[in-house]
Design a protein around this ligand. Sequence first.
Ligand code: A2H
Length: 253
Amino acid sequence: EGVLPQEYTALKLKVLEWAPKAAEAIKGKIPEDANVYLVPATLRPETMYGQTCCFVGPTLKYGVFKASEKEYFVITERAAKNMAYQGIFEKEGVIEQAAEIVGSDLIGTKINAPLSFHKEVRVLPMESVLATKGTGVVTSVPSDSPDDYAMVTELAKKADFYGIKKEWAELEIFPIIQTPTSDLLAPYLVKKLKIASPKDAKQLLEAKELAYKEGFYQGVMKVGDFKGEKVEVAKPKVREQLIKAGEAFAYSE
Ligand code: A2H
């Protein structure tokens, strides 16, 4: 972990329909009138227009934690502890876990993605999700994240192997940010660096660094309320908008 705290935007992706095993795991444990959210942590709130799915680590353990009477979060226990102490939960410092779900049982759960052109997306597996970072939940923006693009491409190619429906991984990828090289920077870099799968870790790291620098310093918003503004300028504005709408909150670690 670094010396400086990382300021994430934690996004609330409301569960619309549970995958069968997840439904079993939470049965009778959460009030009927409560909403449950998958809560990914992101450093790129301005890209949320481009969400196409949400990743969990298939072998990771998640808890369903009570944030307030009406809201429960699906995150790692580690993130729940951090949130409790950051005053994000209604009862400060108190961690109440209603249920436990292994990542693989969440796959296929249908969720609402705030701000996205695709309102309804699915929970899908990604082996490289770390339990030790963020919330253990990662929202997927294949237009601007090389990791995400490599993963959705792999999932669409080998849907049967991953036990998912192909169409869950094949949502249209819309351009969100224009840079000097491309308006679909992640797909462009994945092809240029000849990245064949999520296992090409070295090239993916290079692609990730290139995408992050070019997107942040030279990117211009192509969509949304801040269309035409530089990414640097739009980023905090989109973040504030999401927070004001109750669709996101600040989370740091
Ligand atoms: B980012 P940093 Cl468009 N395991 O969000 C693996 N990756 C994780 C994670 C975890 N537990 N928690 C968060 N992340 C990802 C958007 C995005 C992101 C774009 C482009 C680049 C990018 C959509 N995915 O990140 O190590 C999340 O993906 C590249 C740095 O704390 C989060 O932001 O710097 C980012 O990594 C946080 O990584």
